[in-house]
Design a protein around this ligand. Structure first.
Ligand code: FAD
Length: 489
């Protein structure tokens, strides 16, 4: 027989100490949502089953005890660290779930300057980690906009990526070793070595699991020398996104690795104040970094590429971009400002990020925007619809669609499905139709599960196998990555 809420709380308290088990109603409410429901959260609408408790584990051993208990008693468990998830990965959709919170596991365990490695517990804020290594003239190279609020466990669990990815890569290029706890309580450590050929790369089973397979307790990532004095910026305005994608490709296939390579359309650029120097135009931004000779060579390489496009691109004073660059991230103040704006205006913005090879990326961009303009029923409420490319590779790039709207056609409880998910769906449909991927870096959460089988096609067999092997009782983050019937609603 299923345990009652009270029994769950009592047992978990006896396992790890009641001071680590939170049952305060306000905390339970906040922990049943993530940013997919930011409007509902703000309006105090909580319709999901509230978790039985938020369990603040202090060690891998505690996580092991709690998970083994949940597994034995078939209690749904939702891992959480920074709480900045955007795709519903933190929603507690099962009655009496446990939120397994690693945010108090916040020690930087070791900075190893010789091997260029840093090891941190899952609850270390990336900002704190970066601040510490910067004191030694080093950087992780990881800089998602959520750097001030996201934590190492979540960043690895979602396959996150940062703004300097074209040089440093995504988290998958940074992660060296990892420790994770599986539902049966097994603690697995993957050691830190520069490379190995000893079977498949098992880090990739844990990385990106979004709490649907295991709980990450510790990560080791690479370090790089930090030399901001060598940064070089380049900025251009141009008329066409199609040309912009072509230029990004040219930079990448010629082997240049600027840390930033971004292409904004006019609508999205306006949000960043780019309309002051590029009204109704697209904007291309590059930043080169690294040791002096490397940064200079990269910047000169970009100049060479841009020389081929001088008839269609105009150089912009790169000082303007340095100002933009210094105000990129979202900390608590910006989130508070956003909350005030939404509450006052019932107007908000969301994003959907996808990827595709160079041969299809412009089609994805163009077709998705056209589809929204044609099929979204509340088009008149949209105040901004555009996008940018921010992470490029040898073979292709991403598009980050950005859309803002007033909620007029329904109350706050219906905004999520009538506006956000309706737009999101049209973008994902067009992306799959063109042969792209439905998730570039925010993860699947619970709002892209409808498309996960089409995303992986015949390889979904492997995804299913992972769930069967590591979470046979289905206790890990029900509805995340792996679809469940009738959700989302
Ligand atoms: C303003 C803003 C800007 C953002 N910018 C970026 C960006 O530039 N790049 C980017 O990639 N993302 C970005 N994001 C998305 C988000 O910050 C990332 O997905 C981040 O990696 C989440 O980390 P977190 O610690 O907040 O994780 P959480 O929100 O706590 O959790 C995220 C997911 O991972 C799972 N999880 C959390 N901790 C663990 C763990 N220890 N073990 C197993 N599973 C776990 C959760 O169950 C959930 O499914 C942004 C979000 C916001 C709000």
């Amino acid at each position: 027989m299923a345990l009652t809420r009270e029994q769950i709380v009592e047992k978990v308290s006896s396992l790890i100490g009641k001071e680590h088990v939170i049952t305060n109603i306000d905390a339970l409410k906040v922990n049943s949502h993530d940013r997919y429901r930011k409007y509902e959260t703000l309006m105090g609408i909580y319709k999901l089953p509230l978790p039985a408790a938020v369990v603040k584990v202090q060690s891998a051993e505690q996580a092991s005890k709690v998970l083994a208990f949940c597994n034995e008693n078939k209690i749904n468990c939702v891992p959480r660290t920074g709480g900045s998830a955007t795709e519903g990965g933190l929603e507690t959709i099962v009655e009496n779930s446990i939120v397994l919170d690693g945010s108090e596991m916040n020690k930087i365990i070791k900075i190893n300057e010789q091997d260029m490695l840093v090891t941190a517990q899952c609850g270390v804020l990336l900002q704190d980690l970066e601040d510490q290594v910067r004191k030694l003239g080093l950087t992780t190279g990881h800089s998602p906009q959520s750097k001030p609020i996201a934590m190492m466990g979540g960043l690895v669990a979602t396959r996150s990526i940062g703004q300097f990815s074209t040089l440093y890569g995504g988290i998958e290029d940074m992660l060296v070793g990892i420790e994770a706890v599986f539902p049966n309580g097994h603690i697995a450590r993957i050691k830190n070595v520069p490379r190995r050929a000893c079977g498949p790369d098992i880090r990739h089973v844990i990385m990106g699991n979004e709490g649907a397979l295991c709980f990450i307790t510790e990560v080791t990532v690479r370090l790089f020398k930090y030399t901001p004095e060598n940064h070089q910026f380049r900025c251009y305005r141009l008329d066409s996104m199609e040309t912009g994608f072509e230029i990004l490709r040219e930079v990448m296939v010629n082997g240049y690795r600027p840390s930033i390579a971004r292409l904004y359309d006019a609508e999205d650029g306006t949000q960043h104040g780019f309309n002051q120097f590029a009204p109704d135009q697209c904007v291309l931004i590059f930043m080169a970094e690294g040791s002096k000779r490397l940064a200079e060579a990269t910047a000169l390489g970009i100049d060479d590429v841009m020389a081929q496009y001088q008839d269609v691109c105009t150089t912009v004073d790169s000082k303007i971009i340095e100002k933009w660059f210094n105000n990129l991230n979202w900390g608590p103040e910006k989130l508070e400002e956003e909350r005030r704006h939404i509450a006052a205006k019932h107007h908000m913005g969301f994003t959907t990020e996808v990827s595709g090879n160079w041969s299809i990326i412009y089609d994805i961009y163009k077709n998705a925007l056209a589809r929204i303009r044609k099929d979204f029923p509340h088009l008149e409420d949209i105040t901004m619809l555009g996008g940018h490319s921010s992470h490029s590779y040898l073979t292709g790039t991403n598009v980050y669609f950005v859309y803002d709207y007033y909620v007029k056609a329904c109350g706050p409880e219906d905004e999520r499905m009538k506006y956000h998910q309706a737009i999101h769906s049209l973008i994902l449909e067009e992306t799959l139709k063109a042969g792209g991927s439905i998730g570039h870096h925010h993860g699947i959460g619970k709002y892209r599960t409808e498309w996960i089988q089409r995303e992986h096609d015949s390889a979904y067999y492997i995804m299913e196998g992972l769930k069967k092997q590591f979470d046979p009782n289905g206790i890990m983050n029900c509805g995340t990555i792996y679809p469940v019937k009738n959700y989302p609603v």
